[in-house]
Design a protein around this ligand. Structure first.
Ligand SMILES: [Zn+2]
Length: 579
């Protein structure tokens, strides 16, 4: 019996020889590279096999080349591959439109800014609007500009210029006139009309006071939106950005869908809804969105984005104690703690993830206090109490597990200045700290004078946050900062500006390794939008969003990070950019 089986096996192997084995056909094979998978062990491989939209194998070049025959094969010649970048906090559409307006980013003096406005005014008829953004008065000596500066160069054109952080509008007299902002106009809640000694508006509108003129400003036309979006998508391809978590609001999903239908949407978009909208409206949007049946890996709805306070640069961040360089000012919270908690608890109960912009230590604490009052957290605290009584340990563990699984991964955006006692609360409450390293290198010029020598220790503290086990996705806040992910990585690992100052880095204890920084800008960002099972790591079954870099980020000198670029950007299995 045994012998006959051997004979059968021999005959079969002659009829159907194992060699030469036919190779499996796939669409793309990258080999002979250094593949940084961004998994939790920071594993490195040599090759990635892609078929269609997904990664089908990761491993050694020899093995994958033996197994697969790809329509396109790329010899990486040792180059570094990482997952595509995922910008966890970006005003993508707003930034796209801003690309078409007066750009004051980096202007070194008020005179330079005025000259740009004057040049624009020359191209327009009287009455036509001038819009723009990007100015930063801390580069001009620290005093806010005024309407008079603009009246001098654009007397006949309503002019509105938004500060680099998006939290202050600088307008001329024409705009105040059109919006009927007078001496009698009261400050709205959570905002301030800056006034001169006579009580007249100076043309500086902080935080929600921007809303007083917002309706008079003409919206970008559909043609401008399209044009801006094309530019922004091109920029994303050139920077290896394959996912964006956009803060433009529900209405912009229409434009993204339009691009998707034309097969021109080269990033995955998670669009945030507006925290301040009523729950009815939010639910209705959610229901309507579901009817579009978009592929959720291409466009989906994310968290509700709200603003608890302003910014450090504008001194509108809500602080527990006054700014060190402004003893009567501790910022502008947009809600009372009670209002905020109520809104958080209601929205959480309605099943929404929440993402709250919180810059000051008071704003961060208000957000944490609110998140602590959601049902699942209250429950977890009670289960923790019962542990002290006589519940068997395994039951206790199980109950905690179940309660934690109900968490909605609420986020604090920026988490810029955090009180020492609040770091561990992020971890305890499972709150994500969504941070933007490039803010630190832009703000370090004045952060210490605003905060003082001790409070500054808890600012832009992504390493400290991570050491508590907090999830820290990275983003850019474009157009507040450049969308360039290499600048984010550079800031995260050096804490120096582009000129390399200060030597050794600003608050250098907060540096992270390049491997960590890449994982924060890929995997952690995916986690923050509930997508870590489909992207953010190079592994079998994941979506094939990859970047091949011109230099080995993991070994080059820090300065070299800023001149690194993608050689290939691969999105959804396709090469969408090639240098
Ligand atoms: Zn932002």
């Amino acid at each position: 019996m045994k012998k006959s089986w051997v004979i059968i096996a021999l005959v079969l192997s002659l009829c159907f020889p194992i060699y030469p084995q036919t190779k499996q056909k796939i669409s793309l094979l990258l080999y002979n590279g250094k593949v940084f998978t961004a998994d939790e062990n920071y594993s490195i491989a040599e090759a990635v096999a892609v078929d269609g939209e997904k990664i089908v194998a990761v491993g050694k070049s020899k093995d994958l080349r033996a197994k697969y025959s790809a329509a396109k094969e790329i010899d990486l010649q040792g180059k570094l591959v990482t997952p595509g970048f995922n910008d966890a906090h970006v005003h993508f559409l707003r930034g796209a439109i801003a690309l078409l307006t007066v750009d004051l980013t980096g202007t070194k003096t008020l005179e330079e800014a005025k000259a740009k406005v004057a040049a624009k005014a020359k191209t327009l008829k009287a009455g036509e609007w001038i819009t723009g953004r990007g100015w930063d008065h801390t580069l001009w000596g620290g005093k806010f500009p005024s309407k008079k500066d603009l009246d001098a160069v654009a007397p006949n054109n309503p002019t509105i210029l938004i500060r680099v952080d998006g939290h202050v509008a600088w307008v001329n007299s024409k705009v105040l006139e059109l919006a009927k902002v007078t001496k009698e106009t009261k400050n709205p809640n959570g905002g301030e009309i800056e006034r001169d000694s006579n009580g007249e508006a100076t043309g500086i509108l902080k935080e929600t006071a921007q809303g007083l003129v917002a309706l008079t400003v003409p919206q970008a036309t559909p043609a401008q939106q399209l044009q801006g979006m094309e530019l922004a998508l091109k920029m994303a391809r050139e920077y290896g950005i394959t996912s964006v978590q956009d803060i433009s609001g529900y209405d912009s999903t229409k434009l993204y869908r339009q691009f998707l239908q034309q097969d021109k949407l080269t990033v995955r978009v998670t669009e945030m809804q507006t925290f301040d909208d009523s729950i009815e409206k939010l639910k209705q949007q959610r229901t309507e969105f579901a009817t579009f049946k978009d592929n959720p890996s291409r466009i989906k709805l994310g968290a509700l984005k709200g603003y608890v306070d302003g910014t450090l640069g504008s001194k509108t961040a809500a602080m527990l104690a006054p700014f060190t360089d402004d003893e009567h000012n501790s910022g502008i919270p947009r809600y009372t703690p009670e209002q905020l908690t109520k809104m958080i608890v209601e929205r959480d109960a309605a099943g929404f993830q929440i993402a709250l912009h919180s810059i000051g230590d008071k704003a961060n604490r208000m957000a944490l206090d609110g998140f602590a009052m959601t049902e699942s957290e209250t429950k977890i605290r009670f289960i923790n109490l019962t542990r002290l009584t006589n519940v068997p340990p395994d039951e206790y563990e199980k109950a905690i597990e179940v309660a934690k699984s109900k968490r909605k991964r609420h986020r604090i955006e920026h988490a810029q200045v955090v009180n020492p006692s609040d770091f561990k609360r992020f971890a305890e409450l499972g709150i994500i700290a969504s941070m933007q390293p490039s803010h630190a290198i832009s703000d370090k010029r004045w952060a210490e004078s605003r905060l003082g020598e001790y409070r500054v220790l808890g600012s832009y503290a992504w390493h400290l946050m991570r050491s508590y086990g907090v999830h820290v996705p990275f983003g850019t806040d474009f157009p507040v900062e450049s969308i360039n992910p290499y600048r984010t990585l550079y800031a995260a690992v050096t804490r120096q500006d582009e000129e390399g100052t200060p030597v050794g880095g600003w608050q250098p204890q907060e540096k992270v390794s390049m491997a960590e920084a890449i994982r924060c800008h890929t995997y952690e960002s995916a986690y923050a939008e509930f997508s870590e099972k489909e992207k953010g790591v190079i592994a079998v079954g994941m979506l094939a969003d990859l970047v091949v870099h011109s230099k080995d980020l993991l070994t080059i000198a820090p300065k070299e990070i800023l001149t690194t670029t993608p050689v290939y950007t691969i999105f959804n299995g396709k090469i969408i950019y090639q240098k």
